[in-house]
Each structure stands twice: as structure tokens, then as C-alpha cells.
Design a protein around this ligand. Structure first.
Ligand code: PEP
Length: 246
């Protein structure tokens, strides 16, 4: 039964998180370049790019390339200095959002309560949500039970049956550090999450050209969410090509 209910993923997913990198001009060039590349190479994988909010535009993209937003507040508009809402996203027909990224949780102090409000707001509008989870180093070092307990708490207030949900497991200690989780650790955590939640599950944390093939070969890894290594267009193309072959 569990097997039958499993959501089947035809093609692996690849997503690029620009974080605080690239300008409006370089983002436009990047997206145009990736768009032509997907077309010319007949790549069918779902590809996501999350540029900075200031670089959003009316991008003309093939249907498997989606431009999303790294963050937005859970409002249409209002008085929330420094934030953007759906009024700004609608201008560019943005319908995809990253929620729960570790940098927002741990550097910018977003609480699980705020994250769940954001999640439910964007869910109610039908957005595709890439929802990030993952444990800090001290929790990993405390053991598997603590790690899983920490991850399950990151699902508080989150509807896991939402049809437009993609999960991304990103151990905090592996993000932007050059440290990739051991293959057996990725396999273990992904198996545990998949057993509980029947949704596409990406891995993120220092994925790069040299290790993406190995990461994509791990059972229950449906794709990758990449920061640093994806900001260089040639590297991102190489990783898309490897993803296609997997
Ligand atoms: C990320 O920002 O989601 C990420 C995984 O970053 P990096 O690839 O740089 O570790």
C-alpha cells in the first residue's frame, strides 16, 4: 500500500538559490541562458531559480523552468518595512516560494510560528512551496533520535498533504560550508522522512559539480537545492546535465 501511494517522480529536480548574489542584469542573463540551454538540450527536468527580490522580472521561460522568490511576507501589501507581499509577486507572476530556509531560521530569526503562517498563507494561494528543514551541528552530534525529533518539529503547523509541496532536507552544518553530509547519512535521513511524508524530497548542502551525481544516486533523493555552486552559469549547466542523466 505504502509503495502504491508513493508519489512517482519522473525526472529529478534541480533548484538554484541565489541568496544575496547576482544583480538584476546578471540574473536576467543567467535565466535567459539557462532557458535556451534547457530548450536546446531538450531537458525535461524541473528547474527552479530563486533570484534576489530586486532581480524579479517578467521572464519568458520554458515550462519546466520556474523562477521563484527566496522569501516574502504573508500579506498582499501593507506596512512591513523591508518585506514584499503578493502585490509585488503578482506583478511578475511569481507562484513559487522557498520557505523555512536555514538562513532565515537561524540568521534572520524566523520562528516556526512565523514560518507556518507564511506556509499557510502561500498554500491558500496555491503557490508551489519548497519547504526546507534540517538540523544544526549540535543536534546532529546528539544523535539520530534528536535529529529526527528536531526535523519533525519543523513540520509544526505545516500541512504535509499540500499538493504543491516539495521538501528540501538541508543540514545546517552543510550549507555554504563545503561540508557535504556523508552519503549514508543522507540516505538514512531521507529514508526516515520519506517513510513519513510522501512528497518530492531534495537534498541541499554544498552540492557541487563533483558530488551531484553521487548525491542524486542516493535512494529517496528526488533532486537537489544548490546555493554557492549554482551561481556560476557553467557549473549550473553542468549540474543540470548530470541531473538529466540521472
Ligand atoms: C542553500 O542555500 O540552500 C544551499 C544548499 O547552499 P549551499 O549549496 O551553498 O550549501
Amino acid at each position: 500500500m505504502q509503495e502504491e501511494m508513493k508519489q512517482t517522480i519522473e525526472h529529478k529536480i534541480i533548484a538554484s538559490n541565489f541568496k544575496t548574489n547576482h544583480t538584476r542584469k546578471s540574473t536576467g542573463d543567467f535565466i535567459e541562458n539557462i532557458n535556451s540551454f534547457l530548450d536546446e538540450e531538450d531537458i525535461k527536468n524541473e528547474v527552479y531559480i530563486f533570484p534576489t527580490a530586486t532581480s524579479l522580472d517578467n521572464f519568458d521561460t520554458v515550462k519546466n523552468l520556474e523562477v521563484g522568490v527566496q522569501n516574502a511576507y504573508f500579506v498582499q501589501n501593507g506596512s512591513f518595512t523591508g518585506e514584499i507581499g503578493t502585490q509585488q509577486l503578482d506583478e511578475f507572476e511569481i507562484k513559487t516560494i522557498l520557505i523555512g530556509h536555514s538562513e532565515r531560521r537561524h540568521i534572520l530569526g524566523e520562528t516556526q510560528k512565523e514560518i507556518s503562517l507564511k506556509y499557510n498563507f502561500y498554500k491558500s494561494l496555491g503557490y508551489k512551496i519548497i519547504y526546507c528543514i534540517g538540523e544544526p551541528l549540535e543536534v546532529k552530534e546528539a544523535g539520530l533520535t534528536e535529529t529526527l525529533g528536531y526535523i519533525w518539529e519543523q513540520f509544526d503547523g505545516i500541512d504535509l498533504n499540500y499538493e504543491n509541496l516539495i521538501l528540501a532536507y538541508e543540514p545546517v552544518w552543510a550549507i555554504g560550508t563545503g561540508v557535504v553530509a556523508k552519503i549514508e547519512d543522507i540516505a538514512k535521513i531521507h529514508r526516515k522522512i520519506k517513510k513519513k511524508i510522501n512528497k518530492p524530497l531534495l537534498y541541499g548542502g554544498s552540492v557541487k559539480v563533483d558530488n551531484i551525481a553521487e548525491v542524486l544516486s542516493v535512494p529517496n533523493v528526488d533532486g537537489t537545492l544548490i546555493g554557492t555552486a549554482s551561481w556560476d552559469i557553467d557549473n549550473f549547466k553542468k549540474m543540470i546535465k548530470i541531473t538529466k542523466e540521472k
